[in-house]
Structure formats: structure tokens, C-alpha cells
Design a binder for this molecule. Sequence first.
Ligand code: BGC
Length: 491
Amino acid sequence: NMAAGSFPCLNLCWVSCMCLTLQVEETLKPFMLSMKKLREISSRFTKEMDNGLDKKKHQKAAVKMLPTFVRAKPDGSERGDFLALDLGGTNFRVLHIRVEDKKILKVDSQICAIPQEIMQGTGHELFDHLAKCLGEFLESQKLKEQKLPLGFTFSFPCEQTEIDKSILIRWTKGFSCSGVEGKDVVQLLKDAIHKRGDYDISSVVMVNDTVATMMSCNQQEHEDPDCEIGMIIGTGTNACYMEDMKNVKRCEETEGQMCINTEWGGFGDKSPLSDPGALDDILTDFDKEVDETSINPGVHIFEKMISGMYLGEIVRLVLVELTNNNLLFEGKVTVRLDTKHTFETKHMSFIEGARVDQEVIDTIQDLLKVRCSEDDARVVSLVCDTISSRSAHLCAAALAAIANRIRLNKAKDNLKTAVGVDGTVYKKHPNFRHKLEDAVAFLAPECDLKFYISEDGSGKGAWVSGVHFCKSLGACACVSMREGVCDCVCV
Ligand code: BGC
């Protein structure tokens, strides 16, 4: 299986080298999933998608399949000025966007950090902080007197009842602000803005980052068919896709299409419909430990096997185990090596992208305060490769299920479609995307998927989604303010 067994032990005799290789392989084996297993996981995901769309079962489903109220992809006629807010990780971005001639232009933007105390503080503190950042941005742009419409990309699972009403189901990715789960986040934002009283906004449109990414992918110029899938593999992971309304049994309507936010991060979670969890047979002890020591144990199991927030930590736990078994770092577990989150996903990207040389050895020594030999560095590199490969393969299994679903909806033997993608793991890791794309081609041979990296899609796409929603309603959208006058697009 890929790199396993292929690392030479430069400084060891042949017999001890073989023995070491076998023991390392033994530890890594549970992470290596065969194509047969991945196919099985892909079918389990299909079943979970069915549960999530079902009229009766959806409330108990692990994969939530949330309606987004985005009914169609942009058609190029969108135009105007908009504010976009993007909250999904450790940063909060505010953007001033202009759309014209099928192009989305970023007029200006600002990033505000979300400190750990706020990520894990109260909901009021969080929304006050967001309103403050937005206020500062408007001030710097001299936009405070205008009442611009706002697209809010909020990248957490939300039950949306309307495009501007979004109830947070649960926090993910290290957030745990109190008093927000079960509440309408659009209202919380509006309340925080009104409390300040120094500026106001007009309509708010909420979207998930996957949806924004899919929408903005359709604004990019490419010759391929429309993007019908949006996917994020970054701090967290998720995907959305265009589904036929007749299959969305949880909604009354049967005509047309709607973008469904799968919230695939929840795949594998135990629920009354999936007990044992759908991924229990492939969870390793390391995965269980990552879950148990996380701030949201028991939920978003798939995400914890895949996304950037957790991959480095899985690697670290494997390194500790190997060191405890005397297979690494002279058997010495240092305080750094034994400390949570000292090894991050970006370090995996660096190590896997480099040849094992002095720089890699120095990086490992520096990070973990260990004595690292060249053989040790090769083992570390192999561990990183194994964990990132599993992540790519699991994503591929779920993505193949979505692609096949779209193909069957269209009753086609072969499907050609495009996927808009964003997220640091996909964009920055040296091999991730190739492994993912190769595995999808294998698991869904009837589907020809083209992948488009979205540049800033999560912020810009909020705009497109918003305008398009208004259009689909036949309503007018206030898309631009010029000298205090609202410029509306009506369809
Ligand atoms: C959230 C999703 C989001 C994904 C990527 C997950 O933790 O639940 O809503 O799309 O992260 O940012």
C-alpha cells in the first residue's frame, strides 16, 4: 500500500531495519483502507444521504442534508455592490464586493482575528466582536452612512428555515460560544449591530461556505459544465450539491432543484438511525482519542478523520505510540511530543512535500524537541503520508457517492460535471488533491469530475447566492447604493 514498507533504514543493519519497518507498518495498517472498503464506505454514505433527505428520518440523521434555499446557479446577469462576511475558522473576514459583467471584484477587505477566548466565550461576545470588525471596516471605507445588503458566509451546520433565518445546530472546528446553538445567528448578528447603533445593514443572506464556493465557481470562466458541487477541505470539511427537489422529501416542493448542504462532517456520528456509527469499523484508537479529547466529543467524526484541524494531531498520537514502542526518537517521549496540537497539518504538508533532508530533520527536532535521525524523519514522513492519504481517500468515497447521485438524478450513463473546491488541505498539501482525484476516478468511473480551486469563493459566493435568491423569488434585490440611492435588480 503506497509508501508503506518502502523506506530504507540508512543507519541500521538489514535485519533490525526489516523488523522496524514491519512494526511501523503494523501500527499504520488500520489507516490503510482498501478500495473495496472505500466502496463500502461510499455506499454507506449514500444511505446516510437518503436518511438526511427523508421526510421522517431527517431529524435523526447523522448526515444532515440541509436545505439551503439556493435554488439555482448564477446565470451571469448578477450585478451590484454587496458586503460579505465570512466566519468559518480562526479569522473573520469582511469584504466589499462588486459584481459586473460576470466578474466578481473585491473592492476591499479586512481580516479580524477571532481569539481563542472569543471562540470559546459567550455568543454575545462573539457577535459584538463581529459587529465591531464590520463597523471598523465600514468606517475605513466610508460606507457607514449607507445601508448595504450583506451576504453572511457562516460555515457551521445550520437549519435554515429561510435564506435569512438560520438556526445553529452545533458548533464545530473549535468554536463553543455559549447561548448560540438553537438560535438564529442572523438575528444575533442584527441584534449586535443594532445595539451599537452607529451603522445599519439592509437584507442579510446566509450561506454555508460550500454553497458560496459552488456559486462562485460558476462565476469563474471555464468551458466545463456548471459546478454542481462545492467542497471544502480545510480546517473543517463539507460538501454541497444541486439536488432535485423531488428527492428532498423533507421539503414539500417537488419542482426544480435546490442546493443541499450535506454537512458530511457528521458522517460516522452515532444516531438513533446509525448505531453503531457508520465508520465505527474503521476508527482507530488514535481517532477515538482525538474525538474524546476534542471540545465536541462524539460529533463530526468524519471531519475529525479528514480535516486540517485534526490531521496533525492524529499524526502526533501515532508518533507518541511509535516512540513508546521504541521505534522512534530513541524511545524518548519529550514534553513537546506529548503535548496536544504541537504537530499541525501544515507541518505534514511541509514534510510530505520535501525530500527527507537536514531541513526536515531540523524542523522535526525543533517542533517536537526530540533527537531525530534520518531514519526517524523517514518514519515521520511515512506516518504523515499514511494519515493524509486516508483523509483524501475518505473524501473521495463521499464525493463519489454525491457524483453518482447527480448522475442517477439525470438518468445518465456518464456524467461530466465540475466541483468548486476551497480549503487549505486541498490547496496547500502537496499530494492531497491528486490522491483524492485518483480515488474518485476509481470509485466513480462513470463520473468525469473537473475540480476548480475557488479563489476567495467563500466570501464572494455569498454575494452571488444572495442576489440569485432574490431573483429566484421574483423579488427585487437592493444590490448597490450609489449616493444613498438603492440600485435594485428585479426579475
Ligand atoms: C462545518 C461546515 C463547513 C465546514 C467547512 C464544518 O465544520 O460544519 O458547515 O462547511 O466545516 O468549513
